[in-house]
Design a binder for this molecule. Structure first.
Ligand SMILES: [Zn+2]
Length: 238
């Protein structure tokens, strides 16, 4: 199971992208109690693609967009429970002064800065690409889409000295062409938020999105459904 989060902070009661730190911790404890092992995306892929594997209770944490609260509130909790994580950054959002239209506070709601990304990367958090400008990749022309996919990879490498090995499709917007561009750019795998009817493989890894509006009951149902789905179907390599 790969979980997808956006923001972790104590400031918002009704923001879909925000999970409160105490709820985040409660969710982690629940997974622990249920016997889940927290693994990196690399381990997750290795286990899932192993022939005849019977390990379903593994969990990988991912965060989208690169909000600064990932550093302030998510990172300490991840560290406390020794949970590996990947943060998918929209490269052009890093270090900008603007916040998303849904938010107002230029400090609380800002994105990470490069020095913070570097610091987190040095402490073991993995960074992946969420493109340059978070576009709907199927809605722009091929050369633009490829630029979003490859340039973001190059900039991450240049800024933090580590390869971005994984890609996250903005809005989960994909088609076969976009998938082939992501492969061509040299990524090892790519994730999206769970969508029905898309066969799962290394470049369409499904995630379960956890949102602020999900209470603990809904959260448990999501975990249970994901468990059942993954138990039924394996992950193919192609
Ligand atoms: Zn996003």
């Amino acid at each position: 199971m790969i979980l997808a989060y956006h923001r972790i902070n104590p400031w918002y009661e009704n923001d879909a992208l925000t999970v409160r730190p105490e709820d985040f911790e409660r969710q982690i404890k629940y997974l622990q109690k249920k016997g889940y092992k927290f693994v990196s995306l690399k381990e997750y892929i290795a286990i899932k693609t192993e022939k005849g594997q019977r390990q379903h209770k593994i969990c990988c944490f991912t965060f989208d967009d690169g909000f600064a609260d990932n550093l302030w509130f998510a990172a300490p909790i991840l560290e406390k429970y020794k949970i590996p994580a990947v943060i998918f950054i929209a490269v052009m959002f890093i270090g900008i002064k603007q916040v998303l239209p849904r938010y107002k506070d230029t400090e609380k709601d800002r994105f990470l800065r490069w020095e913070e990304v570097k610091k987190m990367a040095d402490s073991g958090i993995l960074f992946g690409s969420h493109a340059l400008t978070h576009p709907r990749l199927t809605q722009i022309d091929d050369s633009q889409a490829y630029n979003e996919i490859i340039k973001s990879k190059e900039i991450i490498k240049e800024k933090i000295g580590k390869e971005a090995e994984y890609f996250c499709y903005p809005f989960g917007d994909i088609n076969q062409n976009i998938i082939s561009l992501v492969k061509k750019a040299g990524y090892k795998a790519a994730v999206l938020t769970y969508k029905k009817n898309i066969p799962e493989n290394l470049f369409t890894l499904r995630r379960t999105g956890i949102y602020g509006k999900n209470n603990f009951f809904i959260y448990r149902i999501k975990i249970w459904r994901t468990y059942l789905r993954e138990k039924k179907s394996g992950l193919s390599l192609d």
